[in-house]
Design a protein around this ligand. Structure first.
Ligand code: NAD
Length: 490
């Protein structure tokens, strides 16, 4: 079993203010590795005073950064890409250490971040602006301008990828960027800050502030922060969205999910077995795109057998990582017991899976069959490798259940029928739909974003729909005295 190497020394995650690494001046926060349950790092809360000083530096830096031509801003991002590729092993190791993912998943997250970065690099070609002579001598044009200082608050489950959804686009558009990483996984931020500095990003354009709710509130409330991007649970997304918009700021807050997969009897057993098992076990189910409820329509036992077999082979520490905290592990175990006490049959119990040695937080893939429609296991975002199967007699019943769930991040269907797939694509209540794909994350330049309780605010977090969120579009109309003939040529 290949576990990651755990360093002996404690890694510090300081703040990054005006291009310098400065320890947060508030209480200390320990970082535990889910791999062994031990403290591997430390960060600190940031006081209101320190946050204020940091934002003042970010504001100063932004003025010059915005005046730097887009082509030159893009060059920094191009260098950043090369450094990330060079250092991918080192960064992936830290992501795994603090988050508990397996190394290949950490690398995949960084590669997805690089895809967003490549999109940002192409902005100079994609978004060159437009100008038109609307009547003789009168010209209208669009000019994209930065907002100023913008902020981003990120969750624990993708310490590199989620920040990389917004860092390249918001910064390339000329903003300076305040990043508040999850207090559970702040170590990766240090590597990203160093990589951007080496890439040539001027001091102050990226600021990293560590802390918890108070730190977030101070950032949102600061008069010089123009926009707030947030990714995390729906409960906090709603709080952050309300707070920012009450102050007249733009906010885009992505929340939690409860993603449904509809399995139809004509689905290919091997394809659906792999696709569905990998969807609920990938990143130990700790991703907002994970399958969580399987709506099994009609006679699909062959396919379910194939899912169980694939999930059984997903060994802990090797093919699947750990759960973020002991509390979350206990919560998942309680949720499994609760579902069983309500009549669900446990087809696969991850608590019995072989665990790596030590005190890490491990739970193997768990499949619950015959889950009741209105139970906790079918409605609450569990955020672990637990899939609930609800048996349905037809597609309409499956769609009714999918539509009734309050979230709306992703939904998928596994079928060989194009017509049935189209019915699901048209009627699923989700921002992202997969057809024979368990994790339907759109690739750049297609935007990422859900609906309903999975997203508060307008627009999407990546791709073309994110550009208007991180910038103003100024409309300039110009009039020149123009001659109507060609005398000017003589
Ligand atoms: P979380 O909501 O607990 O924390 C997210 C961020 O909010 C952290 O930086 C945290 O410090 C901050 N925060 C926590 N409490 C706060 C408060 N009271 N006020 C202000 N800020 C506060 O989420 P998490 O546990 O880190 O991440 C898991 C959640 O994120 C899941 O629900 C998952 O579905 C969701 N998620 C969603 C997406 C998406 O694209 N929709 C992507 C990744 C994760």
């Amino acid at each position: 079993m290949s576990l990651i190497e755990i360093p002996n020394e404690i890694i510090e995650a300081p703040n990054f203010i005006g291009g310098e690494w400065i320890k947060g001046d508030g209480e200390s926060i320990d970082i535990y590795s889910p791999y062994n349950g031990k403290v591997v790092g430390r960060t600190n809360e940031s006081s209101s005073k320190q946050i204020d000083q940091a934002i003042a530096k970010a504001k100063d830096a932004q003025v010059l950064w915005e005046k730097t031509p887009l082509k030159d801003r893009t060059k920094v991002m191009f260098n950043f890409r090369e450094i990330l590729l060079r250092d991918i092993e080192k960064i992936a190791h830290i992501v795994s250490l603090e988050n508990g993912k397996i190394i290949s998943e950490s690398k995949a997250g960084i590669m997805k971040g690089i895809e967003v970065l490549e999109y940002a690099i192409s902005l100079q070609n994609l978004d060159a602006g437009s100008k038109m002579e609307v009547s003789r001598g009168v010209f209208c044009e669009y000019r994209r301008e930065a907002l100023g200082v913008v902020a981003s608050i990120t969750p624990f489950n993708f310490p590199a990828m989620v920040p990389m959804w917004t860092i390249p686009i918001a910064i390339t558009l000329g903003n300076s960027y305040i990043w508040k990483p999850s207090e559970k996984t702040p170590l990766t931020a240090t590597l990203i800050g160093n990589a951007l500095t080496e890439a040539g990003l001027p001091a102050g354009v990226l600021t990293i502030l560590n802390g918890t709710a108070n730190c977030v509130n101070d950032i949102i409330d600061h008069k010089d922060v123009a926009a707030v991007g947030f990714v995390g649970s729906s409960k906090i997304a709603k709080i952050v969205y309300s707070r920012a918009t009450a102050l007249g700021k733009r906010a885009l807050c992505l929340g939690g999910a409860k993603n449904h997969i509809i399995l139809l009897p004509d689905a290919d057993p091997e394809m659906s077995g792999i696709g569905i098992a990998d969807s609920f076990t990938g990143c130990a189910g700790q991703r907002c795109m994970a399958a969580s409820v399987l709506l099994a329509v009609g006679e699909v036992d062959k396919q379910i057998e194939s899912i169980v077999e694939r999930a059984k082979s997903t060994s802990l520490g090797d093919k699947m990582g750990a759960i973020i905290t002991k509390e979350q592990l206990d919560f998942l175990s309680g949720a499994i017991d609760k579902a069983a006490s309500e009549g669900a049959k446990i087809l696969l119990d991850g608590r019995e899976a072989k665990k790596p040695e030590g005190d890490g937080y491990w739970l193997g893939p768990t499949i619950l069959d015959g889950v009741k429609e209105n139970s906790e296991a079918s409605k609450v975002e569990l955020f672990g490798p637990v899939m609930s199967i609800i048996r349905c007699s037809n597609l309409s019943e499956a769609l009714r259940i999918e539509n009734a769930n309050e979230y709306g991040n992703a939904a998928s269907v596994f079928t060989n029928s194009g017509a049935m797939a189209e019915v699901v694509a048209q009627n699923a209540s989700a921002g992202m739909v997969g057809i024979n794909i368990g994790v339907p994350v759109p690739r750049e330049p297609f935007s990422f974003g859900g609906i309903n309780e999975s997203k508060f605010g307008y627009g999407d977090i990546t791709g073309e729909n994110s550009l208007n969120f991180w910038s103003h579009v100024k409309k300039v109309t110009t009039k020149w005295q123009m001659q109507n003939d060609h005398n000017w040529m003589s």
